[in-house]
Design a protein around this ligand. Sequence first.
Ligand code: NOJ
Length: 545
Amino acid sequence: MAQGDWWRHGVVYHIYPRSFADSNGDGVGDLAGITSRLDYLNDGTPASLGVDAIWLSPFYPSPMADFGYDVTDYTGVDPSFGTLADFDRLLAEAHARGMRVIVDLVPNHTSDRHPWFIEARASRASPKRDWYVWADPRPDGRPPNNWKSTFPRAGPAWTFDGRTGQWYLHSFLPEQPDLNWWNPEVRLAMDEVMRFWLDRGVDGFRVDVAHRMARDPELRDNPLVLVGDRDDPTGQVRAMRLAEMGATLFDEDWPEVHEILRRFRRTLDAYDDRMAVGEVYLLDLRRLARYYGGGRDELHLAHNFVFLHQPWKPEAFRSVVNEYAELLPTGAWPAHFLGNHDHARVASRYDEGGNGLARARVGAMMLLSLRGTPFVYYGEELGMRDAQVAPDRVVDVDGRDPVRTPMPWDGSPGAGFSSGEPWLPVAADAGRTNVATERDDPTSMLSLYRRLIWYRKGSAALRRGSYRSLPDAPASLFAFVREAPEERLLVALNFSGEPVSWALDPGLADTGRLEVSTYAARQPGPVQLSELVVGPDEGVVLRLG
Ligand code: NOJ
């Protein structure tokens, strides 16, 4: 396997294990199912998708109140996903195909059924009591402060424990008590968890809510702002407004979090070639950039949620990318993604009168040609849309079922995902949007993803080159140049439904060759740079000479 900064140069594919492939017919995806589909992800030939790494959402023992983000044993495998032996096999098989494996680390909270919490909850004198965040009620009996759960339905971030007469903190569900990272034993325990997986051979971690682990030790109230919960279902607008106001949030992004991440980094650096990518859900690029530390001592990568939240406007994406490039410390490398298991699928999110798929194709080209590591959520490569989930099939506490439906492998009733009844319904369009149908169709989304990923693999400019946006491009384009000593590429993405004709600055290049278009029918070949035409909702990659 190629060594070095693989996490900078490769494409990472995000698997939600419950939904990818079910090997035993119980309706729930599992590790053996993933192993059986590895050739689809990368068999070493352009017939496969060609991704370089996979990130697995949690597969640890869990009561599944938040489908695995509520862990009862950090070093095991939930029986519904298989066994540790299945994991070892998956890891070995992925490595044999040159793919790295990143596992989810959920250090902010455990399940309320984790033995640590059961012990902590037993009495105020428990040796584990301080592993979690406990506080007395306010004099009038209300929760200790005004912090809210990230899930609106959960209400306050506190639950009262009648037996011991105190409240415990949970940034998410009451079933997910927050660990107290001020306690050194918690830090030691998580070091062990990391080493357990690193010793087994995993290549890195995706760190869940990496910005939450440290919070105000005095548990002070967050400032009140005039943004109601109804307008702010994720709490992010609140965070953004507060950041704009320069206000301090007391329940996240506390300075000590950087010390914790430096500790994670030291653990990782004791091994060869491992990495951590953080879910740093801060809609403030300045704060986000700090999670790289000095560039080499905190996270290797931080998911950029500001990018994901942009409206379908070229100037919106351009300004986020440019601003972020300015803010990142030397040596830091961006991580882009347009979807994950918590967010609407791209073809649905950006749809306006039926152009969702065309836009998703442009989005794919943007993701795979920008400077930074692309993360692709399973099914995006097929153009999956948000599925309709009937009220009696809803299982998630936060409305995320539509983006977690089974991977459609073929057009059969179980979509080739399961021979049993899938835990979430198969999407209504799976008869058309599936691997078997798309695999041999040169016009499909899957063919475009394969083309882009393999093109990127062969392109020094896209993998590691510099980035420069072209501000003089027509207003509906996001256009940029990627350059390495070996080659220079121009990427032009049309965000509008109108064709654009662009006379490029003659100083930029003498000749241009179309390498890839999001239009399946547009063939590679020479183009006129004095009159470059980019079609409605089209993206192109040109080689400049
Ligand atoms: C972020 C994860 O992506 C999400 O799915 C989960 O609900 C929360 N963290 C809590 O772990």
